[in-house]
Design a protein around this ligand. Structure first.
Ligand SMILES: Nc1nc2c(c(=O)[nH]1)N[C@H]1C(S)=C(S)[C@@H](COP(=O)(O)O)O[C@H]1N2
Ligand SMILES: [Mo]
Length: 381
């Protein structure tokens, strides 16, 4: 069938020979892997932050969340050049004529709308969030979370629809392994690998200390901030500077306890101190390790006579008035861990006010958003 006039310009343009299935499949596989890592680590991060009743996030291994969230953000950034290249390879197919040849074909083509739209939305909204730029009215975590299911579902359909093509063009017996396009394809894929590598080095230093000097796109670098630790929300930004420095501050431990506590900073400092090396691992992908010293939460629970004993869960509340991150939960397995601390010191000095002075929560294997600063109250239930 002839191409209709409005689409003829697409045909007339001289076209690279690389708009072909083997190149599309190879780039597609890399992109599929990156998207899958993003999806799995993203769903995990969501479960940790909003745990359903069947889900309990353990305190060990202490650095697991740091690695999984680091991977999430690195794979997200690396998928940008992969996605753009993939779209360039296949765009002539988007103008295919006739647009639909069968019901199955219609369904497969329709699934490209959520796949391409979702892929672009996920990478762009993720990038904007890391840059803390919100040119929209929706709540980022909710939108990013739900669109992930749509995108990943469309990816599964797409892989199913393209499985045979992919196998025929990538498998060992595929004639296109040695076709005349080999030099061009190598150049494109080599260039893409180099670009993805550059993106990797530009962001990985967010979380991998030795790479931090190369991390030109990193929003927060290890070592950069008071006491060698980046700050996401400053005391001024949170509106807590005055209260933090008020000597009448007391830590309150209440709820289901036999002996409610009200402890001054001096009281806390006089208790048995524990030191642990633990990272702050922000959901935005940056992370830095610190040496934290303070009172183990389980010591506080014991002193307060928590009625649930070892099975107590705790809500930590900040004296910050508003803000989404003024509260967090500690589940019972985290509360039992000796390194889940109400920290008073970072790297051998009293906490900087931007790190949560007079006291902050820090625990192994917790997302940064759950490491509550400027703590006022532990509520036991
Ligand atoms: N009260 C309170 N605690 C908070 C936050 C906040 O906005 N308010 N931000 C959280 C986030 S998102 C991160 S990543 C860590 C950062 O800790 P840092 O500034 O000491 O590096 O603190 C967490 N604790
Ligand atoms: Mo964070």
């Amino acid at each position: 069938m002839d191409t209709p006039a409005p689409l003829r310009w697409v045909e007339r343009r001289p076209r690279s020979a690389l708009h072909e299935p083997r190149t599309a499949a190879l780039v597609g596989i890399a992109l599929g892997v990156a998207f899958t890592v993003c999806f799995l680590t993203g769903v995990l991060s969501h479960l940790i932050q909003q745990p359903p009743s069947w889900f309990t996030w353990p305190a060990r291994p202490a650095g697991f969340y740091r690695i999984s969230q680091g991977l999430h953000v690195i794979c997200g950034f690396v998928s940008i050049p992969l996605l753009l290249t993939k779209l360039w390879i296949v765009y002539p197919k988007l103008f295919e004529w006739p647009p639909v040849t069968s019901v199955a074909h219609a369904f497969e083509r329709l699934s490209l709308v959520p796949l391409i739209g979702g892929g672009l939305f996920m990478t762009m909204s993720g990038t904007a969030n890391v840059a803390r730029w919100y040119p929209w009215t929706f709540f980022f975590p909710t939108a990013h979370y739900w669109v992930a299911y749509v995108t990943f579902g469309a990816l599964v359909i797409h892989i199913g629809a393209k499985w045979v093509t992919m196998r025929d063009h990538v498998g060992k017996a595929s004639p296109s392994r040695v076709d005349v396009l080999v030099p061009e394809r190598r150049l494109l894929l080599g260039g893409l690998a180099a670009t993805s590598g550059l993106v990797f080095f530009a962001v990985a230093g967010n979380t991998i200390g030795p790479l931090s000097k190369l991390a030109v796109l990193a929003q927060r670098r290890p070592g950069n901030g008071p006491q060698g630790m980046p700050v996401n929300k400053s005391a001024k930004g949170a509106g807590v500077a005055d209260i933090a420095e008020d000597p009448s501050w007391r830590l309150i431990v209440e709820g289901k306890v036999g002996n409610p506590l009200e402890l001054s900073l001096a009281d806390l400092a006089a208790m048995k101190q524990r030191t642990a090396e633990l990272p702050i691992a922000c959901v935005e992908g940056w992370s830095t390790s610190g040496t934290w010293t303070g009172v183990a939460v389980r010591e506080l629970l014991a002193l307060a006579g928590a009625e649930a004993g070892d099975d107590a869960t705790i809500t930590v509340e900040s004296f910050q008035k508003g803000g989404l991150y003024r509260k967090a939960e500690i589940n019972s397995s985290q509360a039992k861990d000796p390194d889940t601390l109400l920290a008073l010191q970072l790297n051998g000095e009293p906490l900087h006010i931007d790190h949560g002075f007079p006291a902050r929560l820090i625990g192994p294997n917790r997302p940064g958003v759950l490491q509550t600063k400027w703590v006022e109250r532990l509520v036991v239930s």
